[in-house]
Design a protein around this ligand. Sequence first.
Ligand code: ADP
Length: 483
Amino acid sequence: PPLALRDQSLLRESAYVAGAWTQGEARFAVKNPATGALIGHVPLLGAAETRHAIESAAAAFADWRKRSGRERGALLLRWRDLILENTEDLAWIMTTEQGKPLAEARGEVGYAASFLEWFAEEAKRVYGETVPSPLSDRRLIVSREPIGVCAAITPWNFPLAMITRKAGPALAVGCPMIVKPAEATPFSALALAVLAERAGIPGGVFQVVTGDPRAIGGELTSNPTVRKLSFTGSTQTGKLLYAQCAPTVKKLSLELGGNAPYIVFDDADLDAAVTGAIASKFRNSGQTCVCANRFYVQDKIYDAFAEKFAQAVNKLVVGEGFAPGVTQGPLINAAAIARVTAHVADAVEKGGRILTGGAPHPAGANFFAPTVIADAKADMRVAKEEIFGPVAPVFRFSDEAEVIRLANDTEYGLAAYFFARDLARVWRVAEALEYGMVAINTGAFSNEVAPFGGVKQSGFGREGSRLGVDEYLVVKMLAMAGL
Ligand code: ADP
């Protein structure tokens, strides 16, 4: 990579457990997905170290919960400031281990910091309520308390933001948080821990345990001291963790896969729909859980949209994330390339017409050419499965009721998009879509002030927004009698 790290101490090859940097005995390698080059090694920790982290968190909880929201918020704001001051280094680490273009990585640093700012402010607003009692000698008071030791298992596609939007609310309301980052992107998580330590956040309050997902996940889910697990990742792993949390009845937030419809009605602003399609489908090379998965375009404008969309896709620049002008980095690994290749082959076999792309890209082993497939059909794999790559199947539809039925015909319910201008249609469609988030006339909607989350098998719980703290709180009712 052309940039040098300004502060070498941000690239840590050790995990952060109980306020100490630990090397571990076994270690695993982390590689740059664009080049295959070795970045470094991190500890391969397991159940024993995770138990140690949980004990440390439980000990830290006693003091942390007693501090005022304002005091915790002030520490979160210092952490936020340090993250922003180190934007270039954090972006460098992210692009190196995750592959996304440097401009997107910088954007994610700001996005990650925004959650700490938001929840630092919310720390002061964990309000309760009083309830008028039916008995005149009683008073009823409802307060909200921190749930206890929390754990987060996070994915590689947003290596910083998926951590701060879980740790931010947990810490703000008084809970310690243990993070197990994805194997592909531990260095971003560890850099966050360096900055948390520098900000003065106590060691047991924020910890990062790298290593074996099954061993660490097994301990985090079975240990009764952990009261809450927040997971972002695949539906398959989410279901497993849900089951593993049942015996100890943990509170859960699950942010799982999606199969986002992106509907373009014939009264839409076509150029806006194309711009939104690029933003929604090709951000992070198609590797976000809210990426458009199925494009449904109405008859009358189908050909015009497909042509303009393919032209816009042809302007995307594929390459290593550090190269100037690049908008499409690599996919995360060889398995991702294999999956996307199989999706395209299946679509072509069932009558799909490749308008652009359709094959791996010569930039390197993990690169795939941005692809548009016209004449997509409901029996294709791309209609049912999460693509998680730069492939856009475009389906044709004729009327509103039909497209609503198609859009909802999936076990997923995370994000949906549609473009239309008729006001009555906008309301009808918005209300009919069975999704946690509906974006109308835009391809981008995530920010720290709006509740992010899904319905159906895309999971439950909300991140960001004023609802975000609820995931880390429990309600206590005080009934005071004999007045
Ligand atoms: P992906 O297939 O996109 O990598 P995963 O759901 O497997 O998505 O990964 C998301 C996170 O879940 C990662 O941090 C990963 O290490 C973790 N993970 C995967 N399998 C397990 C498991 N059996 N137990 C606990 N964590 C797991």
